[in-house]
Write a protein that binds this ligand. Structure first.
Ligand SMILES: C=C1C[C@]23C[C@@]1(O)CC[C@H]2[C@@]12CC[C@H](O)[C@@](C)(C(=O)O1)[C@H]2[C@@H]3C(=O)O
Ligand SMILES: O=C(O)CCC(=O)C(=O)O
Ligand SMILES: [Fe+2]
Length: 369
């Protein structure tokens, strides 16, 4: 639900107060995929930001423009036409409500599986443009994942990309449309809690990596390690790569999944297209053996209370100490599962039945309440 309560100017000044541009000069890492040292740049960017921009990516501009124009046409259709793609459960057309946790944003979107998704059966030209685009983007994503494996000195180099190449890969594609938001309007729900104008509230993506582009319109922000937010300058010809929770787990916390959000624009529509590279359903997501330290799994809470991640930074976080004591040295695995449409990582311990693992997850939830 959208609530209009205060005059726009008052809300805007509150927005600025809560979103100080603390790091004006921080540059988003740029990786030129055609350069021989790109694997090292990728590793550095994933360690420091969990986010980077790529150029010389090999995705043809025509396939990008074709999909963008089909998506723009789609969002300009009357609501009843867009709803023919189905209710978002989770696939289909949705607006304002995002996911199952009551999140609200100034956004409409289309969420699709990358497999044979029936949602677009009456939008054939859209479907063709999408398949074309996804083929090239998937190829680029695999190349990036292989460069990551090289940079991490992990063998075989397809250890990450094979999850995406798997026929059962649980990848999703999302097109988000943020219409201009004329007034600065606070949204109810789980935005960022400051009454800001949120297009898509802060979160981390649960998948391995996400490949994002937009129509040259600002709005995307990422959170830096020290907690400040920076705006990502838009760029129509490049792609942006997000490290997701699954990759954070697989690298045993060496890469961090990036917290990000989208704020609205009062003048221009933002259109973003994102390929979320997910592992096959029920894939075991565990730190890659060569990146394990002391053969232990450390756990840290992520933005969603059900998602936990291997990381030894937990030692610095009092709220998680109990969990570390409970689980240090435990052999277990995180499974990629879907629950009511949302994909998540679930903990399954070798020495405990799932019910007990659930209890541990419950304790996260009660800390949040
Ligand atoms: C606000 C949310 C929407 C989301 C689930 C979440 O609680 C946090 C992650 C979001 C995300 C981002 C990537 C994909 O678009 C998505 C389908 C996913 O797997 O995680 C969405 C979720 C969603 O829209 O349900
Ligand atoms: O629209 C964007 O630029 C980002 C949206 C996003 O983070 C998501 O869909 O997961
Ligand atoms: Fe995201």
């Amino acid at each position: 639900m959208v609530v209009v309560s205060k005059p726009a100017i008052e809300q805007f000044s509150s927005y600025l107060k809560n979103n100080k541009p603390t790091t004006l000069f921080t540059q988003i890492p740029l990786v030129d995929l055609s350069k021989p040292d790109s694997k090292h740049q990728i590793i550095k960017a994933c360690e420091e930001f969990g986010f980077f921009k790529v150029i010389n990516h090999g995705v043809p501009m025509e396939s990008i423009s074709m999909l963008e124009s089909e998506a723009t046409k789609f969002f300009s259709l009357p609501l009843c036409e867009k709803q023919k793609t189905g209710q978002p459960q989770p696939y289909g057309y949705g607006h304002k409500r995002i996911g199952i946790h009551g999140d609200v944003g100034w956004v409409e979107y289309l969420l699709l599986t990358t497999n044979q998704d029936p949602s677009l059966h009456s939008f054939q030209t859209f479907r063709v443009a999408l398949n074309n685009y996804m083929k090239s983007v998937k190829k680029m994503a695999c190349e990036i994942l292989e460069m990551m494996a090289d940079g991490l000195k992990i063998q075989p180099r397809n250890v990450l990309s094979k999850l995406l190449m798997d026929e059962e890969s649980d990848s999703v594609f999302r097109v988000n449309h943020y219409p201009p938001c004329p007034n600065v309007q606070p949204l109810s729900g789980n935005g960022n809690g400051n009454g800001d104008v949120i297009g898509f509230g802060e979160h981390t993506d649960p998948q391995i990596i996400s490949v994002l582009r937009s129509n040259n319109t600002s709005g995307l922000q990422i959170s830096l390690r020290e907690g400040s937010w920076i705006s990502v300058p838009p760029d129509q010809t490049s792609f942006f790569i997000n490290v997701g929770d699954s990759l954070q787990v697989m690298t045993n916390g060496r890469f961090k999944s990036v917290k990000h959000r989208v704020v609205t624009n009062s003048v221009k529509s933002r259109l973003s297209m994102i390929y979320f590279c997910g592992p096959p359903l029920s894939e075991k997501i565990a730190p890659l053996p060569s990146l394990m330290r002391e053969n232990r799994i450390f756990l840290r809470r992520l933005s969603s209370p059900d998602v936990i991640v291997a990381d030894d930074e937990v030692k610095k976080k009092p709220v998680d100490r109990l969990v570390e004591e409970d689980l240090t040295g435990v052999k277990g695995q995180l499974l990629w599962r879907r629950n009511g449409g949302n994909c998540k990582l679930f903990l399954e311990r070798n020495d405990l039945i799932m019910e007990q693992a659930k209890l541990i997850l419950e304790s996260y939830k009660s800390q949040d309440a």
